[in-house]
Structure formats: structure tokens, C-alpha cells
Design a protein around this ligand. Structure first.
Ligand code: MLT
Length: 262
């Protein structure tokens, strides 16, 4: 897999970039990196320019001074400018990548052709969840990343998920800096509620979720999709929160069909 590094104003950013044609940007979830999209690269690079950045602080990218969904979205816009991508992109974000997607829609509408919201939600955290994230953020700075990897692998996958997928995610999380994990948790805990924005979205949107996703359950995503006029909603069988990694064949088939229509 060829990886590239780009120097932005205040930090360098690592990304995967392959293929040519209309750009599709794959934005990973928390606390992961571009490798979670490995099963999408080959399929979509045949027809599109596939760009998969590591968000600031994750994978091989340097962190932001202050993380927030807005700042992650702005850093992606800066990255696309630096890369010379001058046409609107298909933005495919999973979970935290989806939270960033709502901000990208709000802040950089001219850069967006279509949105693919995977295993994510528009609502922000309840007070209880936000408080728990604060506790988790303090804890990872003491314990390091391995206990986070242990706990998250349990939650992210469907019980019958393939062990290679779990091992990949485990190794990525355990190699992520505790500071970036803490920053990401706090950034998510402070994110805005995007539910009211959904009615105003006028670009094509695909909602796609694993049938066993316990973090962003199908019912909630379906309710979100009903607020976006003309959007498409799909449930991926035999998958939890990591649908593109757990059932790539079905995930890719749904995404290929959607991309053919936009
Ligand atoms: C993710 O997959 O990005 C996280 O599970 C999102 C979250 O913690 O809300």
C-alpha cells in the first residue's frame, strides 16, 4: 500500500491516494486510521481517485493543537486544497468520520458532492455519555492505549467478526498515542447536534450501517435518513459498527451502486 505525506500549514498529514477520476474521500472512525478502509481501496480505485487520510493525531498524521469536529473538518479541507483536489468530493465517513462529515457539509459545502454516512449518528452526546468520555480521556493518559484497544475491539465488532479484522483494529488502537485518544474523546463529547441540519441537506446522501451495530444502531440511522430528502438507507448483514471491514463485499456493492447514481 503506497502512503504519502503532505506538509500542511502546521502539521504533516499521512494519506493513501490511488486511482483517478472523481474523488472519493474515506474518513476513518475513532481511534483508527486509513487502514480500516483497506477492502474499499482496490474496488473504488478502479473507477475513482481514492483518498484516505489519517486524521490529525491518528495513524501517521501529526495532531491538531486543539481537536474538535470543526477543526478535523477544516484540516480535511486544507488537505484537499494542498493536494490540488479542485472538484467536489464524495465524503465517506464512519462514525467519528461521519460526525466530521456533518461539519464538512456545514463549513465546506462547495467541496462536497455527496455524503456517505456509515455507522454514525447526527445527534451529539447525552450529558451522561459526554461525562463518561471525560473519564475515559483522563484514564487513557494514565493507562496508555492498550486497555482502550482491548475494550474497543469488543464493542466495535459483531460477535462473529473475522479475527483478522479485529487484529488490525487492535494493533491500530494500541499504537495510537494516548493524548490523541484523549483529544478525540473530548472533541466528540463537545460536538454539536447535527440533527436539525439533516432537513437542509440537498446533496445525495447514503446511510449505511451494520445490522448488529450497537454503537450507532440501525434504528437511529434510519430515523436520521428519514430527515434527509431523497436519501438512501441500507443495512449491511453480518456486520457490527465496522461494516466496511466486517462485510466488505456487501458494503462495496451498496456503495458502488450509489456511486453509479451520483
Ligand atoms: C467511532 O467509531 O468513531 C466511535 O465509536 C464513535 C463514538 O465513540 O461515538
Amino acid at each position: 500500500m503506497t502512503l504519502n505525506q503532505l506538509q500542511l500549514k502546521n502539521r504533516s498529514l499521512q494519506f493513501f491516494d490511488q486511482g483517478s477520476g472523481a474523488p472519493i474521500v474515506f474518513v476513518h472512525g475513532f481511534p483508527l486510521d486509513h487502514t480500516m478502509w483497506k477492502h474499499q481501496f482496490q474496488t473504488f480505485a478502479k473507477t475513482h481517485r481514492v483518498i484516505a487520510p489519517d486524521l490529525p493525531g491518528f495513524g501517521g498524521s501529526e495532531p491538531l493543537e486543539t481537536a474538535s469536529m470543526e477543526a478535523y473538518a477544516d484540516s480535511l479541507a486544507e488537505f484537499l486544497d494542498a493536494l490540488g483536489v479542485d472538484q467536489p468530493v464524495a465524503f465517506c465517513g464512519l462514525s467519528m468520520g461521519g460526525y466530521i462529515g456533518w461539519q464538512f457539509w456545514k463549513r465546506h459545502p462547495g467541496k462536497l458532492k455527496t455524503l456517505i454516512a456509515c455507522d454514525t449518528r447526527a445527534a451529539n452526546d447525552s450529558e451522561q455519555v459526554a461525562r463518561a468520555r471525560g473519564v475515559a480521556a483522563a484514564s487513557v493518559l494514565n493507562t496508555g492505549s492498550i486497555p482502550v484497544a482491548d475494550a474497543m475491539v469488543e464493542k466495535l465488532f459483531w460477535e462473529s467478526a473475522d479475527s483478522t479484522a479485529k487484529e488490525l483494529v487492535y494493533s491500530v488502537i494500541s499504537a495510537t498515542s494516548p493524548q490523541s485518544i484523549a483529544d478525540g474523546q473530548l472533541a466528540m463529547s463537545k460536538r454539536m447536534d447535527a440533527t436539525d441540519w439533516l432537513k437542509a441537506i440537498q446533496i445525495p446522501v447514503l446511510f449505511i450501517v451494520g445490522e448488529h451495530d450497537g454503537i450507532t444502531p440501525p434504528d437511529e440511522m434510519k430515523a436520521n435518513s428519514e430527515l434527509v430528502s431523497g436519501s438512501i438507507f441500507h443495512v449491511i448483514k453480518n456486520a457490527g459498527h465496522m461494516a466496511p471491514l466486517e462485510n466488505p463485499d456487501d458494503f462495496n456493492a451498496v456503495l458502488v451502486e450509489f456511486m453509479e447514481t451520483v
